[in-house]
Design a protein around this ligand. Structure first.
Ligand code: PMP
Length: 392
């Protein structure tokens, strides 16, 4: 029976991690894996999370089951940060905890399908797992170009796709810090998107996995808020794995904007049933720690400071790369300074990417995506020199 299963190609990034680990050159640079790194190349546990975890050990009285919705205190504590002061939009927004942003995406699309969505409009390139999740859920995908060659968002492509779409369609939007391009919609773009969606039956699904890593906590969700204010219904997939550094603890949330409280009850009962059949309930620990951080003024301040230092560091890397435009004549690096978050696409061909690896021990995804957080004061000049070498 099981011999019917054909071997699947290994995840390309996981294969890259292995290659990087087995490279014994001291100067090697890892720009592949999507985790934040400090200027020392570390991915430390946030101080705010350590404090919350310590408190959790002291005060947690039980590890008995919660429901499929997980830690609802965590879900609610996040809401003002995402949706603003009127966080429920007068009772129109509610959510549940999920295993990471991946679980939230999975739940959003499975629920959309149950509600009658058959096709999802998706800007490409996108986070590779989006396509995998959509295929696994059984949804058709219609792609459009996300970014123009000049490194800005292709708004016309999105609006054009929306014009051809209709009942039974959803559109997947990245809230901020687009993965893999770093190219976000401008405030004017978001206003146009909201206007188009307000007049359309297309269901918006907004994936927000890097909140706070772009321009700022409020700035990064301004577009999401513009869309939510304009549309009667929307789904939001949210991850705390980057902005609280909780990657392996799998902390995420799924939110719905619904037309009425009766509809909200029906929608959430379906989301609960899907969660129950998929993972029963989300892991508790990381979400509980985030709840404690967000309910404590002191720990929130520690967290906000940590997030700000991440943001500043990512900005420093981007500015330095943008300035290196003249040092690497073969490559247009200037747009990186105007883009956001942890990722950028370098228009390198396969040979150049291979040469970076072979000659300079620089590891990046085969697509040319780099994790800008892999660059530090210590390795930046070497990286720019390597780029100049392979593109010269
Ligand atoms: N959406 C996007 C765009 C992402 O880049 C990621 C993480 N790589 C996720 C969702 C999922 O994040 P998590 O690790 O919380 O599942």
């Amino acid at each position: 029976m099981l011999e019917a299963l054909e071997p699947q190609a290994p995840d390309a990034l996981l294969a890259l991690i292995k290659l990087f680990a087995s490279d014994d050159r001291d100067e090697k640079i890892d720009l592949g894996v999507g985790v934040y790194r400090t200027d020392d190349g570390a991915t430390p546990v946030f101080k705010a999370i350590k404090q919350a975890e310590q408190k959790l050990v002291d005060i947690q009285e039980s590890k008995g089951y919660l429901g499929p919705e997980g830690d609802i205190g965590f879900v609610h504590a996040l809401m003002p940060r995402i949706f603003g002061k009127n966080a429920t939009m007068n009772g129109h927004i509610e959510g549940m905890q999920t295993p990471g942003g991946t679980g939230a995406c999975r739940l959003a699309f499975a629920l959309a399908q149950k509600a009658g969505v058959g096709r999802v409009l998706m800007g490409v390139p996108s986070w590779p797992n989006h396509a995998q999740i959509l295929a696994d859920v059984g949804l058709e995908v219609m792609t459009f170009e996300h970014a123009k060659p000049d490194g800005t968002a292709n708004l016309d492509a999105l609006l054009g796709a929306l014009r051809t779409a209709g009942e039974g369609d959803a559109v997947l939007l990245h809230g901020c810090c687009h993965n893999p391009t770093g190219v976000d919609y401008s405030a004017e773009d978001w206003a146009a998107i909201a206007e188009a969606l307000a007049d359309s039956p297309v269901l918006p699904v907004i994936d927000t996995a890097y909140h706070g890593l772009g321009q700022g906590l409020d700035e990064d969700v301004a577009g999401l808020r513009t869309v939510l204010a304009a549309v009667p219904e929307a789904l939001v997939a949210y991850s705390c794995d980057k902005n609280f550094g909780l990657y392996r603890d799998r902390v995420g949330a799924f939110y719905v904007k619904a037309k009425s409280s009766e509809q909200m009850d029906a929608i959430l009962s379906n989301a609960n049933a899907l969660a129950r059949a998929n993972w029963s309930m989300p892991p508790d620990h990381g979400g509980a720690a985030v709840r404690l951080v967000l309910r404590s003024e002191d720990m929130t301040k520690v967290w906000l400071d940590e997030l700000e230092s991440m943001r500043k560091r990512l900005r420093w890397v981007r500015d330095r790369l943008a300035q290196a435009d003249n040092e690497v004549p073969g490559l247009d690096l200037a747009p990186l300074g105007r883009q956001n978050g942890m990722f950028a696409m370098l228009p390198l061909d396969k040979d150049q990417i291979q040469k970076l690896r072979d000659d300079h021990a620089v590891y990046m995804a085969g697509s040319g995506r780099i994790n800008v957080a892999g660059l530090t004061k210590g390795n930046m000049d070497k990286f720019i020199g390597a780029l100049a070498d392979v593109t010269g």
